[in-house]
Design a protein around this ligand. Structure first.
Ligand SMILES: Nc1nc2c(ncn2[C@@H]2O[C@H](COP(=O)(O)OP(=O)(O)O)[C@@H](O)[C@H]2O)c(=O)[nH]1
Ligand SMILES: [Mg+2]
Length: 400
């Protein structure tokens, strides 16, 4: 799950509404809304159907003219104000939400038109770089606070034989979607001693926690409100930070998706342009608004940025790839004859056998080998899946 975060009034809910407004082709997807602030968005990826030149019958995802939209879970987190880690504002609610997040999309008002607390001010008046620093600080302090309570005990025990540091931290942090490999990487990066944690200074402890935050809650920046002129200069400044930055106009994406939902325009999430389908149903001001979006956002920036941000979160921050498990490798279908029915998002590094386990525990347990459909090649359990692989798993048990 990916969390949409930031201070109040930057456009989080607008971004979230746009991202979770299902394209008309999907319409009544069974789990469009989970909770008011949880929803399903989509990553956009070229579908394997094009390359294999087949007509597909998607089941767990959608394919619109060769573009596969794979559902992903998003959460619209409560607005964050400075001091949240000490319980200020909706701090506790916010932190409870980012517990569950694998990555964060930080919505920043690039126009500088909202102050540090999220109150409206004149565009250009607030420096959005401060918002980035502030969010980093809040999350690091929240994590540090959680760990601090048990740190004396954890660090001492780590130096006796009974338990190692990694196992104890893993246990303590599992509820925060922080796993062992995150912890290992944070210790490696900070070059601190896992054998002698009692010797870590306060500063070193914070350095470790900050590294852990960067690894376990990777973040990208959405430079929103790019339609406001003052945003341009800030966009350049944000790009100098060490983050992926997606220029964005969430409001434009919401308008386009709403128009597409009513079939007034032809537009798929992430497209660089749209076509008016029913000009007779649009009044003059609507047409003008749409043309402004085309000129000032799509033609200038290549897209509204909403879809890019979601793709970047899953494909760059989380290193996901898309794979298509099939049962019949000749027809690329499942047992019901549906072609390329499912697209799975899995982290890069997933093996054929791990994929089998993801599909079904039993399939993982009875795995014999797999067939990669592109080369029609037999591969073993350790085969590293590649993006857009179509793969058939052969197991000892016949599947129901
Ligand atoms: N100009 C402009 N305004 C936007 C954009 N996205 C959101 N807004 C406006 O910013 C205000 C706050 O938006 P909202 O989504 O409620 O922010 P949240 O508090 O972060 O959830 C609203 O008036 C939105 O219409 C954008 O891309 N451009
Ligand atoms: Mg909101």
């Amino acid at each position: 799950m990916v969390g949409v975060v930031g201070k109040p009034n930057t456009g989080k809910s607008t971004f979230f509404s746009a991202a979770t407004l299902a394209p008309a082709e999907i319409g009544s997807y069974p789990f469009t809304t989970i909770k008011p602030n949880r929803g399903v968005g989509y990553v956009r990826t070229p579908c394997a159907c094009k390359e294999f030149d087949v007509q597909d019958n998607p089941v767990n995802s959608t394919c619109i003219e060769g573009i596969r939209l794979v559902p992903v879970e998003l959460i619209d987190c409560a607005g964050l104000v400075p001091g949240a880690w000490q319980g200020r504002g909706l701090g506790n609610q916010f932190l409870d939400e980012i517990r569950k997040a694998d990555a964060l999309i930080h919505i920043v008002d690039a126009s500088g038109g909202t102050d540090s607390e999220g109150r409206i001010c004149k565009p250009g008046e607030h420096n959005p770089l401060e918002d980035v620093k502030f969010l980093e600080h809040e999350i690091t302090m929240w994590l540090a606070n959680i760990l601090k309570r048990d740190w004396p005990k954890i660090s001492k025990t780590a130096e006796s034989e009974s338990k190692d540091l990694f196992s104890m931290l893993e246990e303590r942090l599992s509820g925060l979607t922080i796993n062992r490999s995150h912890i290992l990487e944070a210790v490696r990066r900070t070059r601190l001693s896992a054998e002698k944690p009692t010797a870590w200074s306060e500063e070193e402890f914070l350095k470790f926690v900050d590294a852990l935050r960067q690894i376990a809650k990777p973040m990208l920046i959405v430079a929103n409100k790019i339609d406001i002129p003052a945003a341009q200069e800030n966009l350049e400044r944000l790009r100098n930070l060490n983050y992926i930055v997606a220029p964005c106009c969430a409001e434009a994406e919401l308008a386009l998706r709403r128009a597409a939902e009513k079939k007034l325009i032809d537009y798929r999430p992430g497209d660089c342009n749209f076509k008016v389908e029913k000009p007779e149903k649009l009044n003059e001001s609507q047409i003008k608004a749409l043309e402004t979006i085309r000129d000032k956002i799509l033609l200038e920036h290549g897209s509204t940025g909403v879809q890019d941000a979601i793709n970047l979160a899953f494909f760059e921050l989380l290193n996901m790839i898309t794979v298509y498990p099939v049962e019949d490798v000749e027809h690329l279908s499942d047992h019901k004859g549906r072609v390329l029915p499912d697209a799975y998002l899995v982290p890069y590094g997933t093996t054929a056998r791990q994929l089998a386990y993801i599909i079904h525990t039993e399939l993982g347990e009875s795995f014999i080998y797999a067939i990669e459909a592109r080369e029609k090649k037999r591969v073993g359990e350790d085969y590293l899946l590649k993006d857009r692989d179509v793969i058939s798993i052969i197991s000892a048990k016949k599947r129901a």
